[in-house]
Design a protein around this ligand. Structure first.
Ligand code: ATR
Length: 280
C-alpha cells in the first residue's frame, strides 16, 4: 500500500524495538482493510521518551504502542491515563486527540480475557480458583482482568514472594499468596492455570511443574509465545487438558489501538497468526 501525505500514522516505541511483532501485525490489518496508512517501529531510548511522545501530534501521528522499557515510564508524560492503566501502573497504547493531547490506556487485560473467551469459551470464573504464576508486569494485567470478573480466588505464586505480596496489596481482592515451592499442590481444584513468568521462553530456564493435581476440566494458558507450543502447553495437551497460547493475547491486545488510530475494528484470524509468525 502506498501512503499519501494524509495517511494516518501509528507505531511502536521501544528500546530496542527490532524484536517487536507489532509492525507486522498492524501492517497486515492495514493491508487487509485497504487502509492508506502506516505503522512503524520507533527506536526511542529512555532519555528521549518524553520528547518523542510530545512530538507525536506535530509529526501527525494518531498514536503509538509502548513496549519495554517505556510502559511504566511514560505515565507522567501523558495528559490522561485510563483507570485500567492507572491500576496496572503501565500504558501500552497512546492516542493523540484532535487538540494534540495524549491519552494512555492499557489493553493487556482486555487482550488476555478476549483470548481466553475465544479459545476456551467453556471456562467460567464462578467454578473455582485460578492459579497465576509470576508477579511482574504481565501478571499485574492478568490479575487485574481476573479480579474484574469477580473470580472466586486467585492463587498467586512468584519466585520472589514479596513481589506477589506487593501485587496483591496494590490490586486488592481475593488473592491468596502461595510459596513458589508449593506450585504443584496449588493446582489442586483450580479451573485455570496462567503462566506469566518468562520460564519456558526461548533462552530462558524451563518451567518445572507437575500438572498432576489439575482437574481434567482445567485450562492451561501460557503467555509465552516463543516458542508457540511451550513445554507447559504440550504437557497439558498430553494430559487431555485444553490450552490457550500467548500469541492470541498479543493479537487481541492490539485491536483497540488499531481501531482508535485507523477507524476500523480489526479481526483476529488464522491468516493474521500466520503472517505474524512467518519469518520476515
Ligand atoms: P513481564 O513484564 O513479562 O511480566 P517481568 O516483569 O520481568 O516481565 O517478570 C518476569 C516474571 O518471571 C517474574 O514473575 C519473575 O519472577 P521474580 O519476580 O522472582 O523475578 C519470573 N521469573 C523470571 N525468571 C525466573 C526464574 N528463573 N524462576 C522463577 N521465576 C522467574
Amino acid at each position: 500500500m502506498t501512503q499519501t501525505s494524509h495517511a494516518p500514522l501509528a507505531g511502536v516505541m521501544g528500546w530496542p524495538i527490532s524484536h517487536s511483532l507489532s509492525p507486522r501485525l498492524h501492517s497486515y490489518w492495514l493491508k487487509e482493510n485497504g487502509i492508506d496508512g502506516a505503522y512503524v517501529p520507533l527506536p526511542v531510548s529512555p532519555d528521549n521518551l518524553e520528547h518523542a511522545l510530545k512530538a507525536l501530534p506535530k509529526l501527525g501521528f494518531r498514536g503509538v504502542n509502548l513496549t519495554v522499557p517505556h510502559k511504566e515510564a511514560a505515565v507522567p508524560f501523558l495528559d490522561h491515563v485510563s483507570d485500567v492503566a492507572t491500576r496496572i501502573g503501565a500504558v501500552n497504547t497512546v492516542f493523540v486527540s484532535e487538540d494534540g493531547t495524549l491519552s494512555g490506556t492499557n489493553t493487556d487485560a482486555f487482550g488476555f480475557l478476549e483470548n481466553l473467551r475465544r479459545n476456551a469459551p467453556q471456562w467460567s470464573e464462578t467454578k473455582g480458583p485460578v492459579v497465576v504464576l509470576g508477579a511482574g508486569g504481565a501478571a499485574c494485567a492478568v490479575v487485574a482482568a481476573l479480579l474484574d470478573l469477580d473470580v472466586v480466588e486467585i492463587r498467586l505464586l512468584n519466585r520472589t514472594t514479596e513481589k506477589a505480596h506487593a501485587l496483591a496489596e496494590s490490586l486488592g481482592g481475593p488473592i491468596k499468596i502461595v510459596e513458589w515451592s508449593e506450585r504443584g499442590e496449588a493446582l489442586d481444584g483450580s479451573t485455570l492455570l496462567v503462566n506469566t513468568t518468562t520460564l519456558g521462553m526461548v533462552g530462558q530456564p524451563r518451567l518445572e511443574l507437575s500438572l498432576a493435581a489439575l482437574p481434567k476440566s482445567a485450562i492451561v494458558y501460557d503467555l509465552v509465545y516463543a516458542p508457540l507450543e511451550t513445554e507447559l502447553l504440550s504437557a497439558a495437551r498430553s494430559l487431555g487438558l485444553s490450552t490457550v497460547d500467548g500469541l492470541g493475547m498479543l493479537l487481541y491486545q492490539a485491536a483497540p489501538g488499531f481501531e482508535g488510530w485507523f477507524g476500523v475494528q480489526p479481526i483476529v484470524t488464522d491468516g493474521l497468526r500466520d503472517a505474524v509468525l512467518s519469518t520476515p
